[in-house]
Design a protein around this ligand. Structure first.
Ligand code: A2P
Length: 274
């Protein structure tokens, strides 16, 4: 009798119903890149629809309550599973726990994806610049793996600036997989360019995105003309300071901000999770 009671007690937390706004998904894989960054994949419910580049609330049950944060979905809309790229903050309420995820663990997934880093929020153009710093790369891991991106743009330039070398690893892996992919490879060949730079460790390309554009270095390295509202479209994702600086750069070049309701020449999204 006592044994049975104990067993029931032990099973109790598992049976606690989830809030209606989320589903419980299973972790399929976890990959760590350094002390501060990791990615993981979870199951995707059949009913979960999203547009490439959107974000969603994800989290864990903590002390019987859902602890949720907005995360960009790093996988494209056609993918059967969902991928996320995350920072690990030692005392961050959610990431301090998420970083210990193991295969089979449960992750809470929201039901209402949303966001502005979507192709629909941009008016047609020739060249798409994806400007990212740190984990701001996540939505672009989705965008560069969607065939629609290459149907709409002749050239796609993924720019990723980080402080240190090891922070570039995830982006390099995604680009390499995309280029070598059986189906996407042909589509992205000659169209997808990956431009990386660092700000706090020796590297062939040093400096912030804004500085590299203003000095003409990025365009010189890529063989592209200066930012031009006639041909260029921009998506921006990083810290609040970076968003403001890159938005300013776009405005200076004559590009106007777009939104889902009114497509424009550039779009921005905050990518902060602690
Ligand atoms: P820096 O090392 O010069 O601060 P963070 O981790 O602070 O979000 O920074 C990630 C990357 O973004 C770093 O390379 C950082 O450069 C760069 N960065 C920070 N603020 C800005 C900004 N306002 N404009 C452009 N890049 C920025």
């Amino acid at each position: 009798m006592a044994v049975q009671a104990l067993a029931q007690e032990a099973a109790a937390p598992e049976e606690k119903p989830l809030p209606k706004s989320v589903t419980g998904e299973k972790v399929l894989s976890v990959q760590h890149y350094n002390d501060t960054l990791f990615s993981f994949r979870i199951t995707r419910p059949d009913s979960f629809r999203f547009r490439t580049g959107e974000f969603i609330m994800i989290g864990l049950m903590v002390d019987g309550k859902p602890l949720l944060r907005a995360y960009s979905i790093a996988s494209p809309a056609w993918d059967e599973t969902l991928e996320f790229y995350s920072i690990k903050v030692p005392d961050g309420p959610l990431t301090s726990r998420l970083q210990h995820l193991q295969i089979g663990d449960q992750v809470l997934l929201g039901k209402k994806p949303t966001g502005t880093l979507v192709l629909d929020a941009l008016i047609p153009g020739k060249r798409l610049y994806l400007m990212s710093t740190g984990t701001g790369l996540a939505p672009f891991a989705s965008v560069i793996r969607d065939p629609e991106t290459y149907e709409k743009f002749e050239e796609v330039v993924l720019i990723h600036t980080c402080r240190y070398r090891s922070e570039l690893t995830y982006g390099e892996k995604i680009v390499e997989e995309t280029v070598n992919d059986e189906f996407l490879g042909e589509m992205v060949a000659g169209k997808l360019k990956h431009y990386t730079s660092l700000t706090r460790e020796e590297f062939p390309r040093m400096g912030r995105i804004t500085a590299l554009f203003r000095s003409g270095k990025i365009c010189e390295d890529l063989g592209t003309p200066p930012l031009n509202p006639e041909t260029d479209r921009v998506m921006i994702c990083g810290s609040m300071a970076m968003l403001n600086s890159c938005a300013e750069l776009c405005e200076e070049s004559g590009l106007n901000e777009g939104a889902n309701s009114k497509p424009g020449e550039y779009v921005v999204e905050k990518a902060f999770v602690s």
